[in-house]
Design a protein around this ligand. Structure first.
Ligand code: UDP
Ligand code: MG
Length: 324
């Protein structure tokens, strides 16, 4: 039997690009159905992440026009990762495979064919990996690449140059549902699930319309969240650094005692100021890192819902009594 595929697409203020890319997604579904690779019950599932523009209205219109489109709308903006998880959770019991992709057309949708082929030959997870970033600006490219390097160096193992374009089988989705954390970073969580995985390479294109929601500030915060929710390496680094500083301080104490005994101490304003500044800097930095983890624990113990679905495309029509 052919598998049911759900293409899950988070959308936040995407009214400019959605009308351009939506037909591309449905055409892809139809061509895969015609090729006999996926079931005719396959769908495109849009997740409206609390957009302030007409994104949801566009999704509703698409769903009314074609049976291949469905959508859910979150009660407010929760960010890309939460929106994606909402879509995956929604799709999990309706399908055999999901492919998550951004709605801006940057990720080459033709890679979906290869992903489905990999699934059909036994892979449970297929990562879409960017083979080149020629279309990105130098700044975006270098910051994004340092992002992957930093994550890996800090012990958060992610697939290099892989964002959130990936195929997951229902088996993986079921296991992923067991990851109850509130601070979610899917790129790090999916490899933890395990199972047979493989990569498919594609060229990243330019956004077809609209603009990016990931400026440097958001990317830095994604990196900090990624690291602190996947790894405790920064805490170890503090310990290691503390150890080194303690050894140096011990040598410093010995040196000062010897100098005192030799009666050659002088007024050491500069040295004292530098030592005070150095240590207060280190201590504040370390407290900040520890605080970051405590903040995460605080949020995890609250275990608040990761997303709240306000509407679904079929339902809202009934609510409004549009008579269909
Ligand atoms: N997105 C979202 N919620 C947000 C920000 C972004 O659902 O708060 C979606 C957005 O609509 C897009 C995807 O996440 O489909 C990736 O965002 P974007 O293209 O702006 O990021 P970039 O590709 O520039 O890193
Ligand atoms: Mg994009």
């Amino acid at each position: 039997m052919t598998p049911v595929l759900y293409i899950v697409i988070p959308c936040y203020n995407e009214e400019a690009v959605l009308p351009v890319t939506a037909p591309m997604f449905s055409e892809k579904i139809i061509s895969l159905i015609n090729a006999g690779k996926i079931s005719s019950r396959s769908r495109v599932l849009f997740v409206n992440d609390g957009s302030r523009d007409s994104t949801w209205a566009i999704i509703e219109k698409l769903a009314a026009k074609s049976e291949y489109f469905t959508g859910i709308s979150l009660s407010r903006n929760r960010g890309h990762q939460n929106a994606l998880l909402a879509g995956l959770t929604e799709a999990a019991d309706k399908c055999d495979i999901t492919v998550s992709i951004d709605c801006d057309g940057q990720d080459d949708i033709n890679a979906i064919d290869k992903m489905v082929d990999e699934y059909l030959s036994g892979a449970e997870i297929v990562y879409g990996v960017r083979s080149s970033r020629k279309s990105d600006t130098f700044f975006k490219r270098s910051t994004a690449q340092s992002f992957y390097k930093l994550l890996n160096r800090m012990g958060a193992n992610v697939v290099y140059n892989h964002a959130d374009y990936r195929l997951l089988s229902s088996r993986v989705l079921k296991e992923l549902a067991g990851f109850k954390e509130v601070n979610i970073f899917l790129r790090g969580m999916v490899p933890m699930v395990g199972f047979k995985s493989t990569c498919v390479y594609y060229e990243r294109k330019e956004r077809l319309a609209g603009k990016s929601h990931y400026p440097l500030r958001k990317m830095l915060s994604l990196a900090v969240d990624g690291i602190t929710s996947l790894s405790t390496k920064p805490l170890r680094m503090i310990t290691a650094f503390g150890f080194i500083v303690a050894v140096i301080s011990f040598a410093g104490i010995l040196w000062s005692v010897i100098m005192r005994l030799l009666n050659s101490t002088v007024a050491g304003w500069a040295s004292i100021i530098s030592i005070v500044c150095f240590f207060s800097g280190i201590q504040l930095l370390s407290l900040g890192v520890i605080g970051e983890y405590i903040g995460k624990i605080y949020l995890e113990t609250k275990a608040r819902p990761r997303f709240i679905i306000e509407k679904r495309t079929g339902e809202s029509e009934d609510d409004r009594g549009s008579g269909k």
